[in-house]
Design a protein around this ligand. Structure first.
Ligand SMILES: [Zn+2]
Length: 252
């Protein structure tokens, strides 16, 4: 687990849970009790208290939904918007890119999370999320990009790379072993920066670092969780675990 603060929004926290916190997904065939225990541990373990987690049923779309209150129906969507900042929207991933965004409307904080896998990213999920935030009047947008499979590891067929590059220039990459690849976290960061968002990238690769669940690395069911919430700005962020770099601003 890594907990980071945002710069422009000092009360906003983003947490990235990984293998140590256990599976956070209930849709992938594990025992519900096991998932519930991991979710409770995730909230309680680092003194997060009774976070009002808001989940979605992710389908690789570009659909943005209103973050559901606890107990409300879970929407089918790939981005959640919390216009009041009272919930903790959650995105679940295991190689896809988790994106957490905060913005200001006057003194109010608006939160959004997005699930940017290849189909969602190419389908415009991040643009749709930014549009939903701006419809709320949100400015001072700031984003955290969590652990995802990197551009040196995400191998794809050449035709898929060419198609993706035509749709989102700059996404094409090459694996460390010299074959066609896509750079989803890099393309996500570049897209957000072009839209004027201050971006912090974790630069953590789920396939290379066993601290995170990775679908391509064999974790077919479990998922990492990225949570975003408005905390108390007197709380310190946690120290990075040994071997992990703190979240940094993306190199320009
Ligand atoms: Zn990698």
């Amino acid at each position: 687990m890594r907990i980071e603060r945002f710069e422009k929004h000092p009360g906003v926290r983003v947490a990235f849970s990984g293998r140590a916190e256990g599976n956070q997904a209930s849709h992938t065939g594990l025992e519900p009790g096991e998932v519930a225990a991991a979710r409770a541990a995730l909230a309680g373990r680092h003194g997060l208290g009774p976070l009002r987690g808001a989940f979605m049923s992710q389908v690789h779309s570009a659909t943005v939904a209103t973050a559901p209150a606890p107990g409300a129906a879970v929407p089918e969507a790939d981005a959640l918007l919390d216009a009041e900042g009272g919930l903790a929207p959650v995105v679940l991933t295991a190689d896809c890119v988790p994106v957490a965004i905060a913005g200001s409307v006057g003194k109010r904080t608006v939160l959004a999370v997005a699930h940017a896998g290849r189909p969602g990213l190419l389908g415009g999920v991040l643009e749709a999320t930014l549009e939903a935030l701006r419809e709320q009047g949100a400015s001072e947008l700031e984003a955290g990009i969590g652990p995802a499979v990197c551009g040196a590891c995400y191998e794809v067929p050449e035709a898929m790379r060419a198609e993706a590059e035509a749709s989102l220039p700059g996404i094409s990459s090459v694996t460390s072993w010299g074959t066609p690849a896509l750079d989803l976290p890099g393309a996500s960061a570049a897209l957000l920066e072009r839209a004027g968002v201050l971006v912090h990238s974790s630069h953590a690769c789920t396939l290379e670092d066993r601290a995170w669940f990775s679908y391509r690395g064999g974790d077919k069911a479990p998922r990492n969780a990225t949570l975003l919430w408005v905390g108390d700005d007197r709380e310190p962020a946690s120290s990075p675990r040994r071997g992990e770099e703190p979240i940094k601003e993306e190199a320009k």
